[in-house]
Design a protein around this ligand. Structure first.
Ligand SMILES: *Cc1c(COP(=O)(O)O)cnc(C)c1O
Length: 431
């Protein structure tokens, strides 16, 4: 299967080419040329398949030209070695826990899948690939962990000094080997703009093969559709129509859910829940897309002012606003509402949510007010310990550090400090 650029459908690439390039030469995002529905029997019998079998069937059509079946099976086994439980909190309200992976945020699956694909494509190649990525927190750890020890791939992660949590910093600065952390004296936006400048700098690209590891890369974006199938497998016997509420920032996760629906999975409706960064909720009100600079919130992994994957969602609906509205609602919630929800959930069911999951919960409840006859699943995208300050401050309790977090906390931080783009450039040219 080919993937075409959303800027010009004539610009096409194979899966392999699109993964290595990240973005099309015309700067468009890649999109699959077809999404062929899976057999009804697959969905009717989904509970009889293992997660590995489900993932294989779901992603096969997109990657099979470039990855042989036996290798794909191996990749899926490497990537999916933890659980994705659905936990019911109230009648018709459940959460899908996506935080049981090595860095305890949902980005582990996409990052590991991409790392495995790139590792496979790099076998026998003479030039190494450099993955350059800016992080506001969770992406860095997931990418570092996913790519650790992958031959032929070097990873350079830029993060804003003093603006990520201790846990997040340890996760991205302590691994060593092929992972390098660059600590930027600036904001996340500065990190991101340095990465963009490097991709356009021919002094660098003449010497090094660069790619990105955020959700614009199809190998990071597409495998996220597995989550929705795993949730469906666990809840289809509830006998109600299923709705998903997805805490959204760059809208990669929810867009992957919509691809699962295109594959034939029965879903009544999607809800994109956001924090105060409300570009998409406003778009869903009036059909005007108006990107604005992001504002800081307690759910900081969703502080995005121009969500990069929303264009893929619009494309899925051929830019037909009425059709999109039938399948998607989007609501924005302020931090005080989110804190109140964390408290309410905790006092009613004893469950501790992180601030992102709580935003998802709020979106779900809002939609169910006028659609009560549905079974609602909100995605819990990170373990509460990853946002320890907010959880402690809001709920007055300290969740215990899980073993995979304890392991990194004792390790020594190593980073290269830079102030300007020139610092990044000389590092890339000299390494
Ligand atoms: C990245 C992230 C999100 C947002 O996901 P998108 O795919 O960018 O919409 C939500 N919650 C957490 C915890 C994240 O790390």
């Amino acid at each position: 299967m080919n993937f075409y650029s959303l800027n010009n459908a004539n610009n096409q690439a194979s899966f392999r080419e699109a993964v290595i390039a990240g973005i099309a030469p015309d700067k468009g995002l890649y999109f699959p040329e077809r999404i062929s529905p899976l057999a009804d029997a697959f969905f009717n019998n989904i509970e009889s398949f293992s997660n590995h079998e489900i993932a294989f069937k779901a992603i096969h059509q997109f990657v099979s030209d470039d990855i042989p079946d036996a290798v794909l099976k191996e990749i899926i086994e490497n990537v999916l070695d933890f659980d994705f439980p659905v936990v019911e909190l109230e009648e018709n309200v459940a959460t899908l826990e996506l935080f049981h992976g090595p860095t305890m945020a949902f980005k582990d699956v996409g990052a590991r899948f991409m790392a495995n694909c790139l590792g496979y494509f790099s076998r026998g190649e003479h030039t190494e690939v450099t993955v350059l990525v800016a992080t506001s927190g969770d992406t860095g750890g997931a990418v570092a962990n996913g790519f650790l020890g992958v031959d032929g791939v070097n990873v350079v992660i830029l993060y804003p000094s003093g603006k990520v949590s201790d846990i997040q910093e340890k996760q991205l600065t302590t691994l060593g080997q092929n992972i390098v952390a660059i600590e930027v004296n600036g904001t996340f936006d500065d990190c991101q703009s340095m990465v963009k400048t490097a991709f356009l700098d021919t002094d660098i690209t003449n010497q090094k093969k660069l790619t990105s590891a955020n959700s614009i890369n199809i190998a990071r974006w597409l495998p996220q559709l597995f989550y929705f199938l795993f949730a469906y497998k666990q809840t289809k016997t509830k006998g109600k129509e299923i709705i998903f509420s997805v805490p959204s920032g760059n809208f990669g996760n929810i867009c992957a859910g919509m691809v699962a629906q295109k594959l034939g999975m029965p879903v009544k409706h999607f809800i994109a829940a956001t924090n105060a960064n409300a570009v998409v909720p406003k778009f869903m009100e009036n059909g005007t897309y108006n990107p604005i600079p992001s504002v800081a919130t307690i759910s900081n992994a969703m502080d995005v002012g121009d969500p990069s994957n929303f264009i893929r969602i619009r494309h899925l609906y051929q830019d037909n606003f009425a059709k999109l509205k039938e399948n998607l609602s989007s609501f924005s919630f302020a931090d005080d509402t989110t804190r109140a929800a964390m408290k309410a959930i905790h006092s009613e069911s004893g469950y501790v949510t992180d601030p992102h999951g709580a935003v998802g919960y709020l979106g779900l409840k809002k939609y169910q007010k006028s659609n009560s006859d549905t079974y609602g699943i909100f995605l819990e995208t990170a373990h509460p310990v990853k946002f320890l300050d907010v959880v402690e401050d809001t709920l007055g309790l300290s969740p215990e550090l899980p073993p995979q977090i304890q392991k990194v906390m004792g390790k020594e931080k190593k980073s290269i400090k830079i102030n300007t783009y020139e610092g990044l450039k000389s590092y890339l040219l000299d390494s």
